[in-house]
Ligand binder design. Sequence first.
Ligand code: AMP
Ligand code: TRP
Length: 333
Amino acid sequence: MSKKIFSGVQPTGNLHLGNYIGAIKNFVKLQNDDDNSCIYCVVDLHAITVKQNPKELKQNIRETAAAFIASGLNYKKSIIFNQSLVPSHSEGSWILSCIARMGWLNRMTQFKEKAGKDKEKASVGLYIYPILMAADILLYDATHVPVGEDQKQHLELSRDIANKFNLDFNSPDFLIAPEPLIQKNFSRIMSLKDGTKKMSKSDPSELSRINLNDNKDEIFNKIKKAKTDTEPLPDSEEELSNRPEAENLLGMYASLNDQSLLSTINEFSGKNFSAFKDKLANLIIEKISPISEEINKLLKDQKFIDQILSDGAQKADKIASKKITNIKKIIGF
Ligand code: AMP
Ligand code: TRP
């Protein structure tokens, strides 16, 4: 069945191996299935829910777009654009914020995590962030949304908003309730320093993550220093249950090599970490270095990236503004 795919990534700094394995690799796979139509958005309006440096933001928007393209997203086949170039996202977000209920937003765990202890000081934008995300998705009638596990609750909210809008305005099936597409395996890549914490852009330690633009030496060094335990590598999946670092590193290997965790375990069982780490570092270099080189090449031609984003925005705007017009008609404007 053909799917309408929409997904977004925030331009808030270097993309890392977690973003690649958990999200972008899957974006490419979905794009390469001919039946799907895909829209991939650099969600810059989401980025400003926390303070950004304007110069860095501009650069990060280009870097995220470059990472998309370098990873294999094809701007001729998929629509690639940044959110702030299409006004319907902001407009849709306001309208949908009148549909969403406070009680629904109060349940969002990501807000609680991101706002931290002092919620009074969080921006209102951070609080209503999931409504903007719902607008992103619903404006394009997306049927499927590839995201990491952490975004599942926001997808549920998008479904609730779509259903309530349709019910309130007696317009069945007008807004499409989207399905999340969450990878069964390797949907959470963990920090290299702590196998119980997610690999994240916001971790202050550079050694916790592999960035998509790390060079070979950096990759080797980070994998060499990655936390492990003292046992040799296990013989079975069960033995991994209390060994988060071993599970994480084996999972990275399996995912990058497109093989199952079990066959990876079989390949390395009984070996010590240093031999495995060598192989893992080489595999990461093999898969990531071409992407990193391409990102750097693309970033040298900013006009080219800006053109891709504005061409993508024009295509996106055609779809989104039509939907907004219909939304307004339904509402009575
Ligand atoms: P973000 O960097 O939070 O904008 O996330 C962009 C996409 O990458 C989302 O679909 C996330 O769920 C996914 N993602 C972020 N960090 C990880 C991680 N450590 N492991 C797997 N997926 C991730
Ligand atoms: N909130 C998502 C994240 O932090 C990014 C995002 C914004 C998104 N709009 C979206 C993802 C629409 C999927 C669909 O990862």
